[in-house]
Unconditional design. Structure first.
Length: 345
């Protein structure tokens, strides 16, 4: 009889490996490229921006400009002066080109990644519809093949904006948590890498969940229940960034992230868990890990404080008692959302 603890570790290792392998199944991307050529075009644009322009600028600095500047300055002003002037010129290159290029590529990547995710989700729905029709022996009409019945779900504007504000704040707070964890002595690098893997796994899958209008708290809960799989997926995703220098890692992530989105869209963690643990999840595994709970608590606290700022500014401008009473009784949708989040947590 295998002890439950040993069986749990064994099953968790299998789940982790499944997540790691799912992040490397690049052949899945070819299906999306064939299904919708627009996905291929936008992915090629990401490759051009991050791989050719941004990464090319970094490699040109390391293997072209630095040796050339050192050679020329050494011949002109000598060793000591060349070192100082060379460092100044390289610093200017970072300030005037690499840093702005990084910020611009980051912004453009956010836009393009979201567009790719929408196309991928619709393509996935279309593929599922066609496969279901083939199993049932039904022929789809052209309008259905073109995706007329396929829609990306959107909540109402107020709920969508409130949830996106909370989501952006949560990811920012968790990234700060990753940064702080990475600075801890001894365990810092390892802990930071593990948390960063969780963050990027959430990034990859969150596009699909968001476009299907899955509430944020359900996304977090689902992630924490299947954290072993997501940890494996995220570790495969962030390895290029961790092993490379900062700018090179950023370029590689921007270049490969569209592929990660496609592989996440085609992945099914729940099905993997059912295969490993059985239909009812009867076999032992590691318990859920509330990895995002501290960040959720800090985000709720932060937004609850920020929600008071507009009201306090308004209070400072109030002169009439009647108006003061009305302002004190006002609430915003954001503060209501934050209160509900804190109660849920």
């Amino acid at each position: 009889m295998v002890p439950a603890a040993v069986l749990a570790v064994k099953n968790s290792a299998v789940l982790w490996l499944a997540g790691f392998r799912d992040a490397l199944r690049l052949h899945r991307c070819v299906i999306y490229f064939v299904h919708d050529p627009r996905i291929l075009v936008k992915t090629a644009n990401c490759f051009l921006l991050n791989g050719f322009i941004f990464l090319g600028s970094v490699l040109m600095l390391e293997y072209g400009l630095k040796p050339l500047v050192h050679l020329v300055l050494t011949a002109v002003v000598g060793g000591t002066g060349a070192k100082t002037m060379g460092a100044t010129l390289i610093g200017l290159y970072h300030l005037l080109w690499l840093a702005p290029a990084y910020l611009v590529s980051l912004l453009v990547n956010c836009i393009w990644h979201n567009e790719i995710a929408e196309l991928v989700v619709v393509a996935g729905q279309s593929r599922a519809l066609q496969q279901r029709a083939q199993r049932q022996g039904v022929t789809l009409i052209p309008a259905q093949k073109a995706g007329a019945v396929l829609k990306v779900h959107r909540p109402d504007a107020v709920a969508f904006i409130s949830q996106e504000v909370y989501r952006a704040a949560l990811l920012a707070v968790f990234f700060g948590q990753v940064t702080l964890a990475g600075r801890l002595p001894l365990v810092g690098p390892t802990l930071g890498f593990l948390l960063l893997s969780c963050l990027y796994a959430l990034y990859c899958f969150d596009y699909k969940w968001s476009l299907h209008s899955v509430p944020l708290q359900q996304r977090i809960s689902y992630f924490e229940q299947h954290w072993v799989f997501f940890l494996g997926f995220g570790m495969a995703t962030v390895l290029p960034m961790v092993l490379a220098p900062f700018y090179v890692g950023a370029a590689l992530i921007g270049l490969l992230f569209p592929l990660d989105i496609m592989m996440a869209a085609d992945s099914n963690p729940k099905l993997v868990y059912q295969k490993v643990l059985g239909e009812g999840g009867n076999q032992a595994t590691l318990p859920p890990l509330p990895v995002f709970r501290p960040a959720c608590w800090a985000t709720s606290l932060l937004l609850s404080q920020l929600a008071l700022v507009p009201r306090l500014v308004t209070l400072l401008r109030v002169n009439k008692p009647g108006r003061l009473q009305r302002v004190m009784s006002d609430t915003t949708s954001l503060s209501s959302l934050v209160s509900s989040r804190m109660q849920d947590d």
